[in-house]
Write a protein that binds this ligand. Structure first.
Ligand code: THU
Length: 148
């Protein structure tokens, strides 16, 4: 998995990496105090962001990646070219949790993933690597689903 600097990435990817760092600032995480931001690049070039949103009933907390995906899909976008994820740990790349991997696989099982650090180093990977042999619509009786 390649590690690059944001400035080495193509424009659209730079844009989502920066957007994930900005979205992180909106994190509502009074319980874990662990801020996460995500930014998803839609096939039409639109960028949709999300942050983690926690709850006093801890189990209801939602991750940044799912916030971004839920926002995008609810706005009519289901085709994605990549997602950038920025977390709050210095010197470490933070990968998406298992639930978010599954949630992303629904829409793109090989989605390019950019793990962004605050020093703007970026680890480049994809969902095919992070969630191989994933269970997706093609494995269900709904594999005829045509998006309507
Ligand atoms: N979190 C995310 O937003 N994304 C991840 O991929 C990992 C974890 C959030 C959930 C919770 O609000 C906090 O980080 C600590 O687990």
């Amino acid at each position: 998995m390649a590690v690059l600097h944001i400035s080495d990435m193509e424009d659209e990817i730079q844009k989502i990496c920066e957007a994930s760092l900005t979205a992180r600032q909106m994190s509502y995480s009074p319980y874990s105090k662990f801020k996460v931001g995500a930014a998803i690049l839609c096939s039409d070039g639109i960028v949709v962001t999300g942050c983690n949103i926690e709850n006093a009933s801890y189990g209801l907390s939602i991750c940044a990646e799912r916030t971004a995906l839920v926002k995008a899909v609810s706005e009519g976008r289901k085709e994605f070219k990549g997602i950038a994820i920025a977390a709050d740990i210095q010197n470490e790349f933070v990968g998406p949790c298992g639930a978010c991997r599954q949630f992303m696989a629904e829409f793109n099982p090989t989605l390019p993933i950019f793990l962004v650090r605050v020093d703007r180093k970026v680890k480049v990977t994809d969902l095919g690597v992070l969630l191989p042999e994933s269970f997706t619509p093609k494995n269900t009786k709904f594999d005829f689903y045509n998006g309507e």
